[in-house]
Design a protein around this ligand. Structure first.
Ligand code: SF4
Ligand code: SF4
Ligand code: SF4
Length: 242
């Protein structure tokens, strides 16, 4: 998944010369659910990043010693910022990768130079997921800018407990049971950006069948997400009306 994050997005970034490009780290690969506990479940726990306030409970309330919740960076929303508020600790001394300047307590956010354009430097931020403890510090920091970093349950580690102890502790009721094949919950803005990128790719694909397929996959993924959100909006609207 991390590989798809890097290769897809850097290519798009460089091809478009645009600052908004790419796909979420939890790309829909078969490996995403390959490690599930084989109980034949068709529902899995996932959290809605639009509801999450990065309160810290995801790091401390999972039954696993190291939480199954990890950070992802959605490239469709990322600004590839030089001064990344999800990467640099408030009060950093210089914009370098020294540990004391980093927000992440485990050094899990990886900063890589991409290019310089019209005097601005752009960097790609990826998550070294085995290092991530799901503390949400980068998520809070990134929320000050584009909000492209957020938390998701990693299904190849999650035990898919009947009662997720984080869901019980979550102050914003951000946890849902979703279809296993859906895997992820994108931010609403990320799903819309992904849909637009898919349309753009398709327009530019010409006869390139691989590009057309990739574009169609992106649009289908975005469509699944937007349909899920529409259904949640409908249910929550119904509940509000009593
Ligand atoms: S959630 Fe915490 S541990 Fe994970 S990348 Fe962000 S700051 Fe680092
Ligand atoms: S379902 Fe269990 S293993 Fe998965 S995130 Fe919740 S508490 Fe952790
Ligand atoms: S418990 Fe809820 S609000 Fe807190 S970090 Fe997890 S999903 Fe976000």
């Amino acid at each position: 998944m991390a590989e798809m994050e890097k290769t897809t997005d850097r290519r798009s970034f460089l091809r478009d010369g645009a600052r908004v490009a790419g796909a979420i780290a939890f790309a829909g690969s078969a490996g995403f659910v390959a490690g599930r506990r084989g109980r034949g479940d068709d529902l899995v726990w996932q959290l809605d990043p639009d509801k999450c306030t990065a309160c810290g409970n995801c790091a401390t309330h999972c039954v696993l010693d190291m939480s199954a919740v990890k950070c992802v960076n959605c490239f469709d929303m990322c600004g590839y910022c030089d001064i990344c508020t999800g990467y640099f600790e408030a009060g950093y001394s210089v914009t370098d990768t020294a540990a004391e300047n980093q927000m992440c307590p485990t050094g899990a956010v990886v900063r890589k130079f991409i290019e310089e354009k019209t005097g601005q430097r752009f960097y790609e931020y990826t998550i070294d997921r085995p290092l991530c403890i799901g503390c949400g510090k980068c998520v809070k920091g990134c929320a000050l800018m584009n909000g492209s970093m957020y938390l998701q349950v990693e299904h190849d580690r999650c035990l898919n407990c009947n009662e997720c102890t984080i869901a019980t502790a979550c102050p914003t009721q951000a946890f849902y049971r979703i279809p296993a094949e859906q895997k992820e919950i994108l931010k609403r803005g990320g799903a819309r950006a992904m849909e637009s990128r898919g349309h753009k790719m398709l327009r530019e694909a010409g006869d390139d069948e691989a590009e057309r397929q990739e574009a169609n996959q992106l649009m289908a993924r975005a469509e699944t997400q937007l349909a899920w959100r529409a259904e949640q909006d409908r249910r929550e609207g119904n509940r509000a009306q009593g």
